[in-house]
Write a protein that binds this ligand. Structure first.
Ligand code: ATP
Ligand code: MG
Length: 285
């Protein structure tokens, strides 16, 4: 049996394993026993995901190690992450990729406030954020919290949700997208997934530490974002503002964990832009 480390930042060990019969698969281990329930949810989300043309590595097996760590095995997808792929991909291919995402993730239904638990769940979340950030003398944070508190979250229909849909957690293989690294979330809705995607293609969060980010990459991210919003607008123009609210709550949730000045400044700048965006969308509504 041969094993190779696939890395990852979350602390969970990920191994590519080649068994004695020459079959390869990926095994992901929980980082510690406290994390077991969360990795189980990840495994369940992945196994039950229905994404049309969007795939996910098939879950093959799961179990516990002798040390009491949960693990699961999945198909190995020999491709590259979308975060990498987007840096060099043909720009003409971005449209196809965005269409696949939108067609398979964004429901065609109209935006109606329906009975759901969103208001209750979001109110609780925002309240706890407010107390965590109460002493921050920062207008961007306080203005954002005020907006988030007033927002009608019931428009965020509960649906299947990846939970951490960054460009790093999408693998591209032969023009097919595979979602990996699902995450349990406080609320499951596709709006939050697209908000997470915007965190990469609008805010460029994953690239924040790259000092001289390649202009070709920036250009592709901008094209990606514009096409994404355009396609979503075609389905329902009212979706766009909800996606920006989803992004805003994601950004505000990062503040309590922000330790260094550089990240703090970056976050402020970007959050302020998102706030402006929401204001102008609301004015034009
Ligand atoms: N089924 C798979 N097939 C091929 N590669 C995989 C597979 N699962 C994970 N990988 C590779 O391992 C990397 C880390 O995996 P994953 O995102 O699940 O881990 P993580 O520990 O949660 O990492 P992070 O915190 O960076 O998101 C992926 O970016 C990908 O390159
Ligand atoms: Mg990951």
């Amino acid at each position: 049996m041969n094993t190779y480390n696939l890395g990852g930042h979350s602390g969970c060990q990920i191994l590519l394993i080649e068994d004695d019969n020459g079959n390869t698969f990926v095994r992901k281990f929980s980082k510690d026993s406290d994390y077991n329930p969360r990795l189980k949810v990840q495994c369940e989300k992945q196994a039950s995901f229905q994404g049309g043309y969007i795939k996910t590595p098939k879950v093959l097996n799961s179990g516990m190690t002798e040390d009491g760590l949960f693990y699961f095995d999945m198909e190995y997808v020999q491709g590259i992450t979308l975060a990498k792929y987007i840096q060099t991909m043909e720009i003409g291919k971005v449209k196809g990729l965005v269409s696949t995402l939108v067609e398979n993730l964004v429901p065609k239904s109209s935006l109606e406030t329906e009975e759901n638990q969103a208001m209750e769940i979001f109110s609780k979340k925002i309240k706890s954020l407010k107390s965590a950030l109460a002493f921050r003398d920062n207008k961007v944070i306080q203005d954002s919290l005020e907006l988030l508190e007033k927002h009608d979250w019931s428009k965020l229909t509960p649906t299947q949700c990846h939970g951490d849909m960054t460009l790093e957690n999408i693998i591209v293989k032969n023009d097919t997208l595979y979602f990996i690294d699902f995450l349990d979330s406080f609320y499951d809705s596709w709006f939050l997934d697209i908000g997470t995607l915007l965190q990469d293609v609008q805010v460029m969060w994953s690239y924040r530490f790259q000092r001289d980010i390649d202009m070709n990459t920036v250009l592709r991210l901008i094209v990606f974002r514009d096409l994404l919003l355009e396609e979503i607008k075609k389905i329902n123009a009212d979706y766009v503002i909800e996606i920006y609210y989803s992004l805003l709550q994601k950004l505000i949730r990062i503040y309590p964990y922000t330790k260094d000045e550089l990240t703090y400044e970056f976050l402020n700048k970007k959050t302020s832009l998102v706030l402006d965006m929401i204001h102008s969308l609301e004015q034009n509504a």
